[in-house]
Design a protein around this ligand. Structure first.
Ligand SMILES: Cc1ncc(COP(=O)(O)O)c(C=O)c1O
Length: 339
């Protein structure tokens, strides 16, 4: 009997069998340990709790038609975790240790990798935090690194569907010279007021503007923004957004499909000129945007007027998903088989 109704899995947490952990103490990382507990013992004065010394990552493993499990650009996640660690002055996780933990946790939880064709995947969450005790504001001397996994359902059940977004002008997710480019928990805490307001008002997410001038698009909640016009893929360049690995990959795919690409500041008014718009990230790959509402300016930007994602969006989406599932040749060398 199947363990789950894979097609109906939520995008949420489900217990799996094992996670892997390592502690940094006395100037060195310890051996990776396998745990079957969902809990961590944490010092009451840990800097991860008090001073936000923590960072995380998110990536997925996919089951191919050939029965092989594939990871998508995991080395980029390892690199970004190092950048985030440095950003809040934590001990970095060496790439080799990240790789070993990643492969181990996926192999140990193999039975939780959703089957090919279900649209579901195994979400992988690496976490790093200051576990050493400090009371003054300073970096901890001890760190904990762990990775857990959880099977997640397809983001869009029943196909890719356009979502509506709301422009947020009264909350900033990150300051221009702050921590926006790091995947640290504080940025997510800072975004919650805006995100919850957008949800209460019936929107899928919020679009943050640049905090300095409120003139340019930053990003869409936990995803990067892109717009398409004149066969060109345009995505914001900003000093306060997380550099999405999905976005980086879509740029390469767009180029391979003969599109032009631009990474530059995107003024809010330019929204009216795009033929298609979307949000991209590991969770949904692409969320096509149907409508962007700017309540304070009383403006609505509309895309997908027939209710369907635009043709370029779907081309990009299909190609990336085909590579991730192993259906198409991995021409960019992005996939790693877990053996
Ligand atoms: C703030 C933010 N922006 C963008 C992204 C998309 O990044 P990626 O494509 O690497 O998942 C995420 C998700 O990780 C995110 O949390």
């Amino acid at each position: 009997m199947e363990m789950f109704d894979w097609k109906c899995l939520p995008f949420g947490y489900i217990k799996t069998d094992f996670n892997v952990r390592s502690r940094y103490k006395d100037g060195k990382w310890g051996k990776l340990e396998v745990s079957s507990s969902e809990y961590i013992d944490i010092h009451i004065a840990a800097t991860g709790l008090h001073y936000g010394q923590e960072a995380f990552e998110g990536l997925k493993a996919y089951m191919g038609k050939d029965g092989k499990i594939r990871l998508f650009r995991w080395d980029e996640n390892a690199k970004r975790l190092m950048l985030s660690a440095d950003g809040v002055r934590m001990e970095k996780v060496p790439t080799e240790m990240f790789r070993e933990a990643l492969f181990q946790v996926v192999k140990l939880n193999k039975k939780f990798v959703p089957p090919y064709g279900s649209g579901a995947s195994l979400y992988i969450r690496p976490l790093l935090y200051g576990s050493g005790a400090e009371v003054g504001v300073k970096p901890a001397a001890e760190y904990t690194f762990l990775i857990f996994v959880t099977p997640v359902g397809p983001y869009f059940k029943g196909g890719v569907k356009p979502v509506n977004m709301m422009i947020c002008r009264d909350v900033d997710r990150a300051a221009p010279l702050g921590t926006g480019t790091f995947k640290v928990g504080g940025n997510y805490a800072a975004s919650l007021r805006a995100l919850m307001k957008a949800k209460e008002d019936g929107f899928a997410s919020t679009i943050f503007l640049d905090a300095r001038e409120k003139k340019y698009i930053d990003e869409c909640g936990p995803a990067n923004f892109f717009g398409i016009k004149d066969n060109t893929y345009i995505t914001p360049k900003s000093e306060s957004i997380l550099n999405s690995i999905t976005n980086m990959s879509l740029i390469k795919i767009a180029e391979s499909l003969g599109m032009k690409t631009e990474r530059r500041r995107v003024p809010v008014e330019e929204l009216s000129t795009f033929a298609e718009a979307g949000a991209c990230g590991t969770a949904a790959v692409i969320s096509p945007i149907g409508k962007i509402v700017d309540p304070e300016r009383n403006v609505i930007y509309e895309y997908c007027k027939d209710g369907n994602p635009g043709p370029s969006t779907m081309k990009l989406y299909n190609k990336l998903v085909a590579i991730q599932n192993g259906d198409e040749k991995d021409e960019f060398g992005w996939m790693t088989i877990v053996e």
